[in-house]
Design a protein around this ligand. Structure first.
Ligand SMILES: *Cc1c(COP(=O)(O)O)cnc(C)c1O
Length: 380
């Protein structure tokens, strides 16, 4: 049986050629291509400095650590991939969750404000599904309280908020290049910022806490001497990944357009279907549709809905189980689900249906028919 996954990369022969070319060269890690990729992403999103790393999770870790927050709390959303909250713990801080907005599933600025205490150091927001969070309001609240803003934009490369690209709005913005994301480098990620100090710290953190890169040390005229200033990691990106990223970036606008077209088809075909509710898009954003989530009606069993779709060959998924419900977070902290009523409602009713640029018209039709049929089978 044909099975359509919820997300899939799209790598073509041109991408492969670019990778092979780098592999045949002498410098395959943290060389010119990595720098070129960093500059290209920065140019695209409108940030000054880019620091490429080997995953989105590594980017979050480096970003959080670069802020030098010491002890305290970081406010974030529970409806995210667990990496967002993990990064707060890696940096030795405590995650504090704010509830989400009912229409976009993004962190609710009003609840962020309520959760601020004298221990709060930063806000880590997420652009859920590719719909930018209310970064304007969050920025304002953060400035009033002297907090940093980290934007986990793993879903949102290319998204815009009030005419400005995501990547130019927070103190540090983090992207992921995992295969299900908008462009891929296999594994990979990047931090972007317009603050020179943060960029410098992130570069050092990426590379064992060392001040100079291998290229500076081993290249002609290099010095072997180096100092270690911070407890860094090895999060370096390879040049063949960067070459893939550069090649993919050229196709980003095409990828986003395809995602927009597919989302449009879903909206046209599914908005009048009984038993499900479609995602909202605020008028002042460009939503880049990393995923397409529907909400099933209260009377419908969500798990059954997902199981039935999967039986029909549709790779339905759930984004996300809230972070506070995972065993590790339950054992370490005492979060109470009832403190997050909107998150609880959304997480119990949400279903992600397939959306990726390489989907064919017939795949989209197959998903639409399966969703209609399943809603019919489980309604009333
Ligand atoms: C994918 C993702 C990450 C982590 O990225 P990796 O590259 O898989 O490490 C972090 N946050 C969110 C919201 C994501 O979707």
């Amino acid at each position: 049986m044909r099975f359509i996954p919820y997300g899939l990369h799209w790598i073509d022969d041109q991408d492969i050629e670019k990778v092979v070319k780098v592999l045949k060269g002498d410098w395959i890690v943290m060389g010119e291509k990595v720098k070129e990729f960093e500059d290209a992403i920065c140019g695209y999103v409108g940030a000054r400095y880019g620091v490429a790393v080997n995953s989105g999770t590594a980017a979050l870790d480096v970003a959080m650590n670069s802020l030098g927050l010491g002890e305290g709390e970081v406010i974030t959303t529970p409806l995210t991939f667990v990496a967002t909250a993990h990064a707060i713990l890696y940096a030795g801080l405590r995650p504090v969750f704010a509830d989400i907005q009912r229409d976009t599933f993004n962190i609710d600025p009003a609840d962020v404000e309520r959760k601020i205490t004298d221990r709060t150091r930063a806000v880590a927001c997420v652009d859920f599904a590719g719909h930018p969070c209310e970064i304007g309001e969050i920025r304002k609240i953060a400035d009033e309280h002297g907090l940093f803003v980290i934007e986990d934009a793993a879903h949102a490369l290319g998204a815009e908020y009030r005419g400005r690209k995501v990547g130019s709005l927070a103190d540090v913005t983090v992207f992921s290049f995992h295969p299900v994301k908008h462009i891929t480098t296999g594994e990979g990620g990047m931090c972007v910022t317009s603050k020179e100090k943060l960029a410098e710290r992130m570069r050092i953190l990426r590379n064992q806490g060392m001040e100079s890169s291998a290229m500076e040390r081993f290249g002609p005229g290099g010095r072997w001497v180096y100092d270690v200033k911070m407890l860094g990691r090895n999060y370096r990106m390879t040049d063949f990944q960067a070459a893939l990223g550069l090649s993919q970036l050229r196709k980003l606008e095409f990828f986003i357009r395809r995602r927009e077209e597919i989302a449009r088809m879903y909206i046209d075909e599914l908005s009048s279907v009984d038993g499900i509710e479609l995602p909202a898009v605020r008028p002042y954003v460009r939503h880049v549709w990393h995923i397409f989530t529907i909400l099933v009606e209260r009377g419908i069993n969500r798990d059954e809905f997902v199981a039935l779709l999967r039986k029909k060959g549709i790779g339905a998924a759930v984004h996300y189980p809230p972070v506070y419900r995972f065993t590790y977070y339950r054992e370490r902290f005492d979060f109470r689900p009832e403190d997050f009523p909107v998150t609880e409602e959304v997480t119990s009713r949400t279903v992600t249906i397939p959306l990726f640029p390489r989907m064919k018209e017939e795949d989209v039709r197959m998903v639409i028919e399966a969703v209609k049929e399943t809603a019919r089978e489980l309604s009333g």
